[in-house]
Design a protein around this ligand. Structure first.
Ligand SMILES: Cc1ncc(C[n+]2csc(CCOP(=O)(O)OP(=O)(O)O)c2C)c(N)n1
Length: 208
């Protein structure tokens, strides 16, 4: 199911730039969230953990790179974005599921992992989310359940410091994420990056 082509940082950046250029023409009547600055970390995580055909990748509104790295063909992804699906990409045949709703897939990830373990099936779940998403109650519950039952799920937190334009650490009054130096880190991969695109769109025309 995956295209097995090794993608580079440049490939991921080129894709986002192509979508940006299309978005700038105004033909796209749906939101897009572009990301730049975390390509190497994402490539490293996919390689280090050997994320492959048996694994599930769950993401949110900013998942173009995740879909490409999971093996969704470039054109198929582009067609889906042009059809207005950028913030909720869904490619069941590649085991990619995304949602535009903060906190919406943490329980789904744990449920999928429970089922995989229960059936003795191959595969793991990798859920990628942002720093503010990782501070939500549902994230905490999901990680607690995954750790306590040792479920095959990993929560990957990409910390860009912001929730849209709100400073995450100021909001929660702590310089560290809640899970730092706790046993819950066993199911969490954490990295920091600076997003070189605005939270959504291009920072002009439409902003939300
Ligand atoms: C339930 C819900 N509330 C609010 C929003 C609006 N919203 C979209 S993205 C986002 C920011 C989330 O921040 P973070 O998890 O750090 O994501 P990132 O900065 O990586 O995009 C918010 C509040 C939403 N999509 N869903």
């Amino acid at each position: 199911m995956s295209n097995k082509t090794k993608l580079t940082k440049q490939d991921l950046q080129d894709f986002e730039q192509e979508i940006a250029d299309i978005f700038a023409t105004g033909i796209l009547r749906a939101p897009v969230h572009l990301r730049k600055g975390r390509e190497e970390q994402l490539i490293h995580i996919f390689e280090e953990h050997g994320i492959g055909d048996d694994d599930y990748v769950y993401g949110f509104w900013d998942s173009h790179e995740l879909a490409l790295l999971k093996g969704v063909p470039r054109q198929e992804l582009k067609d889906s974005i042009l059809a207005g699906n950028s913030i909720a990409l869904c490619f069941p045949e590649y085991k990619v599921l995304c949602s535009g709703i903060v906190g919406s897939l943490m329980g789904t990830a744990v449920g999928t992992a429970w089922s995989l373990k229960d059936k003795g099936a191959k595969g793991r779940v990798f859920l990628f989310c942002g720093d503010m998403s990782s501070e939500t109650g549902i994230f905490h519950e999901a990680v607690k359940y995954a750790v306590n039952f040792d479920l095959p799920v990993v929560f990957v937190v990409g910390d860009n410091g912001l929730s849209v334009m709100t400073d995450t650490r100021t909001t929660w009054g702590s310089k560290d994420p809640w899970f730092k130096d706790t046993k819950f880190e066993e199911k969490i991969i954490y990295f920091q990056y600076k997003n070189e695109w605005p939270h959504s769109g291009l920072g002009w025309k439409i902003k939300f």
